[in-house]
Design a protein around this ligand. Sequence first.
Ligand code: PHE
Length: 387
Amino acid sequence: MAYTVSNLTDYSAPALEKAAAECTAACIVEAGAVRSEADLKAFRDRWLGRKSGILTQINDLWLKGAPKEAKRDAGMLVNELKTRITEIFERAKVEAEVRVVVSGVQSQVAVGTAGTIAVAESVDISLPGIRRPIGAEHPVVKTSKEIVSVFQKLGYSVAEGPVVETDYYNFEALNFPPNHPARDTQDTLFIAGQQSKPQRERLLLRTHTSPVQIRTMEKLRPPIRIVIPGKVHRNDPPDASHSPMFHQIEGLAVDTNITFGDLKGTLDHAMKALFGSSVKTHFRPSYFPFTEPSAELYVTCFICGGSGKRGSDPCRPCKQTGWIEVLGCGMVDPNVFEFVKDNGYDPKKVSGFAFGMGVDRLALLKYGVDDIQLFFQGDVRFLQQFG
Ligand code: PHE
């Protein structure tokens, strides 16, 4: 039987409580039966309608009809009921909006936020769930970690530094004097609006990971052995072998009596660990302002094994030379130590070597990918192959 408001004759506390409890219980039951927008409207009219809704009736019968001495208690009761019933209505409204019935095979009608009717498919809870594919390491990250771990096994630790760098760390302290032409080889991307600052404080996107050599030597006294993985930027238009953003791994070892022989031995070992024990290494003279002497390291092409040929075809990755350039390196220039001399790097007492390699380039060679852009386009069809 549907709930109706009856007259109140007994205004004692227990009687008032009982009447209120009956009213709220009925309201909750009716709210639970709301299934559609039409149900919700009918529910609101019946309980909250201004003219003849149940709350209005309660107000008239229980409050206005109350004897003087009971007015206070009856008033409080009616107010409480108003709050309760409004709450029940609001909840019924929200529940109607999100209702998805899982019983049976019929579709279920639910009330949308804007009062629209949405048809929710019934859900078969015995069906398997949606499988979310598990992510995998990006080939560049994977290569970077492999290189880092080869050096960690030799006792190197990992250091990092900022991608937005000052002119001082990126150039000056690495022995690129202001206006030196060697700066032109780095195609630097400068941060705008820096002209009012002294040159050494001006910001740029670091063009190599070498500034972290200085930052680390400022913090740690010798001896040190570190590798520095990170992002670098150069003003190169993107093509199959260039990207304005790419990755490097830097290495730095400083101690007493470090020689070029240590550099050669370390890098030869690292190349064999990375590319296989049959790989041969070879050094050619080069130039970097922060190393002296400087060299480029070549390894035998791991595509053609050094022959320069693939069957009867020319080997492309090594341009038929049988050798692939993998990094720049050299003995730390004494002028670089001068900038960190106060932290124990007296060029008369210590010596060191440094090297820097392009991770993306090595990843290209390692996985036989012919376009560096593929690494940064985020195309799942490409990336899935490394999962
Ligand atoms: N920083 C150099 C470059 O980006 C590479 C390098 C690092 C060379 C350390 C020598 C020593 O080209």
